[in-house]
Design a protein around this ligand. Structure first.
Ligand SMILES: *[C@@H]1O[C@H](CO)[C@@H](O)[C@H](O)[C@H]1NC(C)=O
Ligand SMILES: *[C@@H]1O[C@H](CO)[C@@H](O)[C@H](O)[C@H]1NC(C)=O
Ligand SMILES: *[C@@H]1O[C@H](CO)[C@@H](O)[C@H](O)[C@H]1NC(C)=O
Ligand SMILES: *[C@@H]1O[C@H](CO)[C@@H](O)[C@H](O)[C@H]1NC(C)=O
Ligand SMILES: *[C@@H]1O[C@H](CO)[C@@H](O)[C@H](O)[C@H]1NC(C)=O
Ligand SMILES: *[C@@H]1O[C@H](CO)[C@@H](O)[C@H](O)[C@H]1NC(C)=O
Ligand SMILES: *[C@@H]1O[C@H](CO)[C@@H](O)[C@H](O)[C@H]1NC(C)=O
Ligand SMILES: *[C@@H]1O[C@H](CO)[C@@H](O)[C@H](O)[C@H]1NC(C)=O
Ligand SMILES: *[C@@H]1O[C@H](CO)[C@@H](O)[C@H](O)[C@H]1NC(C)=O
Ligand SMILES: *[C@@H]1O[C@H](CO)[C@@H](O)[C@H](O)[C@H]1NC(C)=O
Ligand SMILES: *[C@@H]1O[C@H](CO)[C@@H](O)[C@H](O)[C@H]1NC(C)=O
Ligand SMILES: *[C@@H]1O[C@H](CO)[C@@H](O)[C@H](O)[C@H]1NC(C)=O
Ligand SMILES: [Cu+2]
Length: 582
């Protein structure tokens, strides 16, 4: 008997071990975690968009970069070789990096840059997260072209908490510059003025037919669909400086996830997605052959900046039957999108997000808080010290700056995490980031007369396991505008938001402590505030910054220094041997 023979043969220790492993693998959710290995060879590659041919930094010659796929629980090892003539680092945006801060990636925060010719292996586990995240360069503005999707599938055998889609499609929204983005930010920092804006928005790197010299059929992202099928778009806003509206003509979308956490599904015709954010959305194709062979997918900016911005609309195609030629693409009626400054459309949309908060995926919202912080977030100015032809090109002849609590973040010259690990803080950081603005003012009213900022590499030290609340308050200094704040190393709960000045007496009582959405990036509403909570259970140094790169360049950042806990598994391990040196 075959079965008996198999049993008989399985008496050796090796065989018994294998049988046990196979049995474990067969149990849903308990599949042994795998190690997934990728190689990122950072090289220059030639691409053409909008009739401009140029050499751009890429990973493995691809733009956008390769899709990284893991399952929840897996270990991911990405071996990076830097073969371009610039420093580079990579950030695994939204990954919690539990006790693996050395792999987080922001240059000068958790590591020194990988210099030209150097290599570094990012090595970490993906724990307690599932959905869509992404990876991007975290040095200067290199993420303009160095980005790609990071898909986290649930453990084998564990279903989605929604009907399984027929197909899943990563869709990365980006920004294309005809100029070299490094030259753009360099020029802005030299003159003190706002940077030149992008020339196009893109879908998976493609600008589509609305731009001059972009008519070639290959320049448009096309999603082929079949009637009756359901598609899951894994949306990522990888744009450098713009929050985006997103819609598909004549199709309703169902949002089921955000920032690698499930949400209570809700329907929407227009999405708003900020740089750094991700959204998993279901798109149900028409049941039978629809009246039109194709429909337009569109993105356009949301902003209230007083400066200039890329005010274009980009189009992709949802095709039931292939479209012939650019004229047909341009003839697609675009979906109605809100006006570029429609803040109430944005507020209505962000109010719809709720954690799934199910038995399997509970929302562990901190109900009590050990430390409360109030951060005023916005723009400011620096005096024009080094003059460019007699004047600077920022507001009133000054230089643009940005700050939290009036402190503009100074990028250190060595890694903060390294300094922390060695307990050598002198000359690198000070542990005195203010818990509240030094001089309170009417944040969303008339700005104060003096809008000059202070500078420093100032951090907030936290005891391990501190329960933290931060109210992020927008200011109207040099114009109220939305700031997508991104926290490294943590997901936080968005417990409240509103317009005007945060009012502790009234607003705290209205917090949602039952099913608030869990995210890694939240937009501080234009002329409003948002309250977030998290438990500081991940030791390391974690930057929190605006994900508009221009604001990050101007200093809109701070860092949390989370100390080790008492237990061995609550301590930051030593750095890997290949960590780059400054
Ligand atoms: C990276 O790519 C460059 C250029 O294609 C090639 O010369 C080099 O050998 C590659 N390095 C690795 C480690 O794959
Ligand atoms: C920015 O735009 C100005 C005006 O069009 C142009 O002169 C300048 O060269 C641009 N800067 C870069 C870095 O492309
Ligand atoms: C396209 O070119 C036309 C004519 O040169 C110009 O008027 C228009 O502004 C351009 N549009 C874009 C989006 O660059
Ligand atoms: C798409 O929606 C618009 C506006 O609701 C409607 O007028 C149009 O007939 C629809 N077109 C198709 C092809 O479904
Ligand atoms: C942006 O474009 C829209 C139309 O697409 C127009 O209504 C609006 O005035 C433009 N805004 C700016 C600031 O250029
Ligand atoms: C939005 O922009 C439009 C046109 O640019 C302008 O008329 C309107 O006043 C603006 N709305 C707000 C709330 O700023
Ligand atoms: C300063 O002025 C000189 C002469 O007009 C010009 O060549 C140079 O480009 C200007 N520099 C900047 C940064 O604007
Ligand atoms: C502009 O800057 C000058 C010099 O810094 C200052 O004296 C003046 O008050 C400022 N004006 C405004 C309107 O901010
Ligand atoms: C703050 O400014 C707003 C807008 O100007 C105003 O409505 C409000 O009364 C001011 N609040 C206080 C406390 O002065
Ligand atoms: C700010 O400037 C205004 C107008 O110049 C002046 O009336 C006001 O007193 C100033 N406020 C302070 C606090 O200096
Ligand atoms: C609380 O909010 C209500 C309604 O917005 C307002 O009437 C009341 O004055 C507020 N209370 C305080 C203490 O500000
Ligand atoms: C690249 O990184 C090294 C090490 O930190 C640093 O010395 C160098 O200045 C950096 N280069 C640039 C252009 O930032
Ligand atoms: Cu910002």
């Amino acid at each position: 008997m075959a079965g008996g023979r198999r049993r008989l043969r399985c008496l050796s220790p090796a065989c018994l071990f294998l049988a046990a492993a196979v049995a474990l693998l067969a149990m849903p959710g308990l599949a042994a975690a795998r190690t997934r290995r990728y190689t990122f060879n950072v090289t220059m590659a030639t691409v053409t968009r909008l009739c401009v041919t140029k050499s751009i930094p890429t990973v493995n010659g691809l733009f956008p970069g390769p899709k990284v796929v893991v399952r929840e629980g897996d270990r991911l090892v990405v071996q990076v070789h830097n073969n371009i003539n610039s420093n580079v680092t990579f950030h695994w945006h939204g990954i919690r990096q539990l006790r693996s801060g050395w792999a987080d990636g922001p240059s000068y925060i958790t590591q020194c840059p990988i210099r030209p010719g150097q290599s570094y292996a990012y090595d970490f586990r993906v724990v307690g997260q599932r959905g869509t995240l992404w990876w991007h360069a975290h040095f200067s503005w290199l993420r303009a072209t160095l980005y790609g999707p990071l898909v986290i599938l649930p453990p084998r055998g564990v279903p989605y908490p929604f009907p399984k889609p027929d197909r899943e499609v990563p869709l990365m929204l980006g920004e294309w510059f005809n100029a070299d983005p490094e030259a753009v930010i360099k020029q802005a920092l030299r003159t003190g003025g706002g940077p030149n804006v992008s020339d196009a928005y893109t879908f998976n790197g493609l600008p589509g037919p609305t731009y001059n010299c972009s008519a070639a059929a290959g320049d448009t992202f096309r999603l082929r669909v079949r009637p009756g099928r359901t598609y899951m778009l894994r949306l990522v806003n990888a744009a450098l400086n713009d929050e985006l509206f997103f819609a598909v003509a004549n199709h309703t979308l169902t949002v089921v996830g955000a920032d690698a956490s499930y949400v209570k599904p809700f329907a929407a015709t227009t999405l708003v997605i900020s740089p750094g954010q991700t959204m998993d959305v279901l798109l149900a194709a028409a049941a039978a052959s629809p009246p039109a062979p194709a429909y337009a997918i569109a993105v356009a900016p949301y902003t209230n900046t007083v400066g200039t911005f890329d005010n274009t609309t980009a189009i992709a195609a949802l095709e039931y039957a292939p479209l012939q030629g650019a004229t047909a693409l341009l003839a697609l009626p675009p979906p109605a999108l809100p006006l570029y400054n429609d803040t109430s459309a944005v507020a209505n949309f962000s109010a719809k997000f709720r954690s799934l908060a199910s038995a399997r995926y509970p929302a562990r919202v901190p109900r009590s808080v050990d430390r409360k912080f109030f951060f005023a977030v916005g723009l400011g100015a620096d005096p024009c010290r080094s003059r460019v032809n007699g004047t600077c090109q920022g507001p009133n002849g000054t230089r643009f700056a940005a700050s939290m609590n009036n402190v503009s973040f100074t990028m250190p010259r060595t890694s903060l995490l390294q300094a922390h690990y060695q307990r050598r803080y002198g000359g690198v950081l000070t542990a005195n980031f203010p818990a509240a603005p030094p001089v309170p003012f009417n944040y969303t009213g008339a700005p104060p007369n003096n809008t000059f900022v202070m500078h420093g590499t100032r951090v907030v030290p936290l005891r391990f396991n501190t329960s933290v609340e931060v109210v992020l308050q927008d200011t109207s200094i040099l114009g109220a505008e939305s700031h997508p704040l991104h926290l490294h190393g943590y997901d936080f709960f968005v417990v409240g938001q509103g317009f005007g000045n945060y009012d502790a007496a009234n607003d705290t009582a209205r917090y949602n402590l039952v099913d608030p959405v869990q995210r890694n990036t939240v937009s501080v509403p234009t002329a409003g505030w948002v309250a977030i909570r998290f438990i500081a259970d991940n030791p390391g140094v974690w930057i929190m910054h605006c994900h508009l790169d221009v604001h990050l360049s101007w200093g809109l950042a701070m860092a949390w220094l989370v100390n080790d806990g008492p237990l061995p598994n609550q301590k930051l391990p030593p750095p890997p041997s290949d960590i780059p040196k400054c």
